[in-house]
Design a protein around this ligand. Structure first.
Ligand code: ZN
Length: 430
């Protein structure tokens, strides 16, 4: 690719030290206040033109208005504000024909749903034919025709001309490239060309709320930053995102806690692989022939190869194909739970999900929950659970794998009640 050079025939015009009959002040922070943007030909540098208006106005730049009317939004104040705009030329036509447009300046403040502008827009639409207005909106203008215009004006301007060329929606990279080359041949100093696409921009011919809902119905994603809280509600959107996390790599050998748990008379084996003390993976199922007699022991789980794990407890118990002892349904369920563990889903969520199960695997998931519960940080508040005793919310805490209420003495495992009884009985024993 060759570099595009500015054609030699361009002449720059000194813009300093030029005297004119009048001057237009600029608010350009890069130059002194005594500096005015006006070229020898009397053409005002477009780049600064829209900064010079002392009142709220819309600068269309080199082009005529985008439409007979349109909405625009700005974020100058830190949050989005909406304006409805009718160019002066249009307002004049209506005034000359004695048709009242309830708008006294080019731009009036409007709302997201465009309720101010809608009524004015309706009057304009109803009278376009009657007033014989022939108007092409910016989206109806051929990009090559516009390039032609810009190239002719460009010869009288030292700066480049800021304008955006919208190419047809299905334009390829080559189309854009060729268009830019065309601009080079026509000696335009800068060019911004994009394939047109459906977007939630800063100009709209329909109220922004209608535009947003229309785009959403067409499956176009709009970033939530474009809306305030109320608008997000209307859009049924949220500022929240699911943050994707990646799991830490599994060392070949993980220290493990191995438990036997009895639920409804059935004995289950639960083994947790721990990474720095936190559950990284869980194996859970019926004893399936292993028949451990202990309640809890420490050991290691070694990854032999993908899908194959070896369990060692002390020197006496070695289960070579430990993972092979589990039934497919057990293996599949806890592969998912393990994925949740190592990807950082808070333990209490997994605990609560496993506790909810009410189908034929309820004993299996209850066994796993009972063990996982032990690893929930003491004092963590359970989510959205109301105390069944005092009916307060956000008072259910986890302690040693058990839910208990910090407000009353309710406990799912009734250990708190037990403790109280013990204290009462104690003095009598001694
Ligand atoms: Zn309570």
């Amino acid at each position: 690719m060759e570099y595009v050079k500015l054609p030699k025939k361009y002449k720059t015009t000194r813009i300093k030290n030029i005297n004119f009959d009048y001057n237009i002040p600029t608010y350009d922070i890069e130059v002194k206040d005594s500096h005015y943007y006006k070229t020898k030909d009397g053409i005002i540098s477009h780049n600064t033109l829209n900064l010079m208006h002392p009142y709220m106005a819309m600068s269309y730049g080199i082009e005529p208005s985008f439409g007979l009317y349109f909405w625009k939004r700005t974020r100058i104040s830190g949050k989005y504000e909406y304006y409805f705009c009718v160019p002066r030329a249009i307002r004049n036509i209506f005034e000359e024909n004695n048709i009242k447009l309830k708008i006294n300046s080019d731009t009036v403040k409007d709302t997201w749903d465009g309720k101010i502008g809608k009524s004015v827009a309706k009057i304009i639409d109803e009278n376009i034919e009657k007033l014989n207005i022939k108007f092409k909106s910016s989206i109806d203008i051929n990009a090559l025709d516009k390039l032609d215009l810009i190239s002719k004006v460009q010869q009288n301007i030292d700066n480049s001309i800021s304008t955006t060329f919208m190419l047809s929606e299905n334009s390829t990279v080559d189309d854009v490239y060729n268009f830019i080359l065309e601009g080079y041949k026509k000696e335009v100093k800068s060019i911004a060309a994009f394939p047109d696409k459906k977007m939630y921009g800063i100009i709209s011919f329909i109220p922004f709320k209608d535009l947003a809902l229309k785009l959403k119905s067409e499956g176009i994603d709009i970033h939530p930053q474009n809306f305030d809280e109320e608008e997000l509600k209307d859009m049924k959107m949220s500022n929240d995102y699911i943050v994707a996390t990646s799991a830490p790599k599994r060392p070949l050998i993980l220290p493990a806690d191995i438990y036997s748990v009895i639920v409804k008379g059935e004995k289950f084996l639960v083994a947790l692989g721990l990474l720095n003390g936190a559950p990284y993976e869980i194996f859970c199922g019926k004893m399936n022939g292993l028949n451990f007699k202990f309640q809890h022991k420490k050991g290691i789980i070694e990854k032999v190869k993908r899908g194959q794990y070896k369990l060692e407890i002390g020197n006496d118990i070695v289960v070579e194909d430990f993972s092979g002892y589990f039934k497919p349904v057990e293996a599949e369920l806890f592969r998912l739970v393990s994925a949740g563990l190592r990807h950082g889903i808070p333990l209490k969520f997994l605990y609560e999900q496993l506790s909810k199960s009410s189908t034929d695997i309820s004993s299996l998931t209850a066994a796993a929950a009972r063990v996982l519960g032990k690893y929930i940080k003491k004092g963590e508040i359970a989510n959205g659970i109301e105390c069944p005793n005092c009916h307060k919310s956000n008072t259910i805490e986890y302690t040693d794998g058990c839910q208990s209420c910090s407000s009353c003495n309710w406990s799912k495992c009734s250990w708190k009640f037990l403790k109280i009884e013990v204290f009462i009985i104690f003095p009598y024993l001694y």
